[in-house]
Design a protein around this ligand. Structure first.
Ligand code: GTP
Ligand code: MG
Ligand code: NA
Length: 343
C-alpha cells in the first residue's frame, strides 16, 4: 500500500508521567468526564483507552484559528498509571503508542517516573510533547476557563508571569540535564528538533486547545509512514475481566487491521493457547473511557486503531499483555498457536 496520506489509521497517543501529575484529569477535561474522581485512592491502576474522533479535536482547538487538516480518522489515547509499582503497565502502554504526552507538574518539575517514562519513550524513539500541567496552582492565577495558553497568560499579573517563567526555566534545565532540548511551543523555532512544552490546567482547561491542536497537527505530518493502514492484525490484550451477560471478556487495543464477529482468534493462556471465536465486539462510545463500566456500542467489524471489548468462550485464563492473533483462511492453526505462546 502507498503511503499517500489518504489511507491512514488513527494514531495511538500514550499519556505518561509521574503519579498525580494530572494525566487522567487532563483526559477528563478533554472528554468532559469524571473518571479520576472514581478511582480508588485517586490512583490509576490499569491502562485506560479513549477514542477521540477527529472532528472533536478540531472543534476544541478552533479558537486558535489554525488551519487544521486532519487526515486521520481520530486519535486513540492510552492512559497509564504513574505510580512507581506499575512500570510494567507503562512499558506496555509506551509499546503500543505512536506518539505520547509526557505530563509534568509545574510545581514539582521532573520526578522519578517522569524520567522513567521519558527513557521508555526514548528507547522506542517515540516522539512526544510535554504537558506542563497545573498552571492554575501558580500563586494568584487568574482562571480563564478553556482559554488558549497565551491568551490566559496575558490575563495574569506580572508576578504570576514571572513565577511561570522561573518554573519553566527550571523544567527546561532539568530536561537539558536528561539530554533533551525542550521549549514552550509558542517560542519553539526548531520543531522536530526541540520538544514542545504546552502549559495546561486540567482543572480549568487553560492550554487544552493548544494541546489538542499540537496533537492534531503533528501526527499526519510526521507519521504518514507509520500510520499507513495495513490489513495485518496487530492487537494486544490489556485486561481480562467479567462483564455481566457476557462471561469473561478481554479488553484489547487493536493497533492495526480489522476484527470481525466470527473471526477465529488465538490468545496466550495460562494453560496453553486459547483458540476461540469472537462472539461480540464492543466499544465504549467515542470520548468515553474503556475501563469505566457504561453503555457500549456493538460492532460487526472494527478497524484499528481502537480499544475494544471482546466476548468469546474460554477466555478465563487469557493473559493480559500478550498478543491476539487472527487465524486467516491460509494460516496453519498450529503456527498461530505457537506465535501466541511466544508472547
Ligand atoms: P496517576 O494515574 O495515579 O499516576 O495520577 P494522574 O497523573 O492521572 O493524576 P490525576 O489525574 O489522578 O490527578 C491527581 C490530582 O491532581 C487530583 O487530585 C487532581 O484533581 C489534581 N490535578 C490534576 N490536574 C490538575 C490541575 O491542572 N490543576 C490542579 N489544581 N489540580 C490538578
Ligand atoms: Mg491517572
Ligand atoms: Na492519581
Amino acid at each position: 500500500q502507498k503511503a499517500d496520506g489518504e489511507n491512514l489509521r488513527s494514531p495511538i497517543c500514550c499519556i505518561m508521567g509521574h503519579v498525580d501529575t494530572g494525566k487522567t484529569k487532563l483526559l477528563d477535561c478533554i472528554r468532559g468526564t469524571n473518571v479520576q474522581e472514581g478511582e480508588a485512592g485517586g490512583i490509576t491502576q490499569q491502562i485506560g483507552a479513549t477514542y477521540f474522533p477527529a472532528e472533536n479535536l478540531r472543534d476544541r482547538s478552533r479558537e486558535l484559528k489554525a488551519d487544521v487538516k486532519l487526515k486521520v480518522p481520530g486519535l486513540l489515547v492510552i492512559d497509564t498509571p504513574g505510580h512507581e509499582s506499575f512500570t510494567n503497565l507503562r512499558s506496555r502502554g509506551s509499546g503500543l503508542c505512536d506518539i505520547a504526552i509526557l505530563v509534568v507538574d509545574i510545581m514539582h518539575g521532573l520526578e522519578p517516573q517522569t524520567i522513567e517514562s521519558l527513557n521508555l519513550l526514548r528507547m522506542r524513539n517515540t516522539e512526544f510533547i510535554v504537558a506542563l500541567n497545573k498552571v492554575d496552582r501558580l500563586y494568584g492565577w487568574n482562571t480563564c476557563r478553556n482559554a488558549p495558553i497565551t491568551k490566559a497568560m496575558k490575563q495574569q499579573s506580572q508576578d504570576v508571569q514571572n513565577e511561570f517563567k522561573r518554573r519553566l526555566i527550571q523544567v527546561t534545565t532539568q530536561f537539558k540535564e536528561q539530554g533533551l532540548n525542550t521549549e514552550v511551543y509558542y517560542d519553539n523555532k526548531e520543531i522536530g528538533k526541540t520538544i514542545n512544552i504546552v502549559p495546561t490546567s486540567a482543572v480549568s482547561g487553560e492550554g487544552i486547545p493548544d494541546l489538542l491542536l499540537l496533537l492534531a497537527q503533528w501526527s499526519p505530518k510526521t507519521m504518514v509512514e507509520k500510520l499507513t493502514y495495513s490489513n495485518v492484525v496487530q492487537c494486544t490484550v490489556l485486561e481480562v475481566k467479567g462483564l455481566e451477560g457476557y462471561g469473561t471478556t478481554i479488553d484489547v487495543v487493536l493497533v492495526n487491521g480489522v476484527l470481525h464477529v466470527g473471526d477465529q482468534i488465538v490468545v496466550c493462556g495460562m494453560q496453553g493457547p486459547i483458540v476461540t471465536t469472537i462472539r461480540v465486539l464492543l466499544t465504549p462510545h467515542p470520548m468515553k473511557e474503556l475501563r469505566v463500566k457504561g453503555a457500549c456500542l456493538h460492532h460487526k467489524e472494527i478497524k484499528g486503531a481502537q480499544s475494544i471489548k471482546i466476548a468469546a468462550q474460554s477466555l478465563e485464563h487469557a493473559i493480559a499483555g500478550t498478543g491476539l492473533y487472527v487465524v486467516g483462511p491460509n494460516d496453519d492453526l498450529e503456527v498461530v498457536k505457537e506465535s501466541a505462546m511466544e508472547d
